[in-house]
Design a protein around this ligand. Sequence first.
Ligand code: GLN
Length: 547
Amino acid sequence: MAKQRKYIFITGGVLSSIGKGISAASIGMLMEQRGIRVTMIKMDPYLNVDPGTMSPFQHGEVFVLDDGSETDLDLGHYSRFVQNARFTAKNSFTTGKIYDAVIRRERAGGYLGKTVQVIPHITDEIKRRIQDASVDSDLAIVEIGGTVGDIESLPFLEAIRQMRTEEGAANVLFVHLTLVPFIAAAGELKTKPTQHSVKELREIGIQPDVLLCRSDRKLPKEVKEKIGLFCNLPGDHVFSAVDVSNIYEVPLYFHEEDLDEKIAEKLGIWSGRPDLFRWREVVKKLQHPKGQVYVGIVGKYTDWRDSYKSLSEALLHGGVANDVQVNMVYVDSEEIEKGKNHELLDKVDAILVPGGFGERGIEGKIQAIEFARTQKIPYFGICLGMQLAVIEYARHVCQMKQANSGEFSPNGKENVIDIIESQKLLKETGGSMRLGAYPCQILSKIKNETTRAFEAYGRELVSERHRHRFEVSHSFRRILEEKGLVISGKYTDPHTQNELVEMIELSDHPWFLGCQFHPEFLSRPLQPHPLFIAFISAAKKHKGNVQ
Ligand code: GLN
């Protein structure tokens, strides 16, 4: 008989932003390290069909998968915590996507004259998608976005309520994350918000099996017992989710309280204890770094760090690999334009310009790149950051005074960055952006010297994820190369044989590299990305030089 698949559904109560994604990812990591085949799914209650069109200001980063789907930033957490699951478009869906599918089916006559309703048609579509995304796993961990009590999430909650009955109570576990605030004036941990949130869940037919209580301290046994009593579950099914200094500590705390053991017991999963040796090593290195580096990140969303979530994580991973703490100094490019912030750039050990869209702050970023190039400060340009490095080089080294990107000067005469072959490619894929994984051929040597790209990767063929519209233009490639810009990574379109520039670098600089793709999406604490390892190593060397 085929093994019965198990499901864990994670809901959140009281407030948003109390760490549901990290809690889900942590449970995924612990169960995977117990030797179980895990997958993770995120269901979002908003009506956008995917987060691709949403502002990172509001919603945080758009996380891109290999297959080109634009997903919620929680898929980024899952990818960093769970090693073996391969996430695709199926692992993330929204209310918008569900309704879109149901309405299309209705228009195509798929419901044979029936009245199409939330129950059962929307809920059936939700259940079908959960099952479809879980096919290759023994345990599916499903996170429901939003907070219990929101109108939008009701169909999702109804669908998971039905699944408990259909799949069997022994195969489905409801985990609920709530907040237990410490009220200083009373000197007490307050359980009332948790009681209310669980009451709300029970009203719609869901009795949580396990409670994770976010709090600034560990919950004492009496508090757990009290919560258990009011929420109709045993006190030893109530766990603390304490505030931690870095997110990678969360699964270790959960494990310390035997959460994974309890989950395995409740779901009847036979497995050994998790192997957390390597994870502990990473946490130790984050807690006790041997040194420090300061990386200036020049961007415009300076006050909204969630829009660079994968990037900041990848930098931390690069730090772990180099035994240093990476301090990120957010530098507002518009302030650089006003002539300020040069002092800030002076103090950092390396400069990074991340991906971005739109014209605001562009000139400040170009100034920062010029500063990094001429002052020989390690520079890493990602996507837009690479495009701007090419523009900077064209303007100041190749004397192309009007060098620019088609994104900012559509009719410019010297658009070294423009929409070119990608347009053809996009017509085939039907989208407006080049999205997802493409192979990149790495140049190993230039004039007998190993390229920085090859030095970092140690191989000639890699695959990296993309999310952009513009490319380095063919028309100006020769002049850029003649003046010393090294194209150290490229993609050859298998249909047209046309080449797209994937990576650029400079030979006469300690470390100056740009990539058209987003390496941060592939970095993990247990497998830091090679380019981030190399960049932080260069920052460390630079620090050594300037001291
Ligand atoms: N705006 C640029 C483009 O569309 C860069 C995109 C990015 O950095 N992700 O090509």
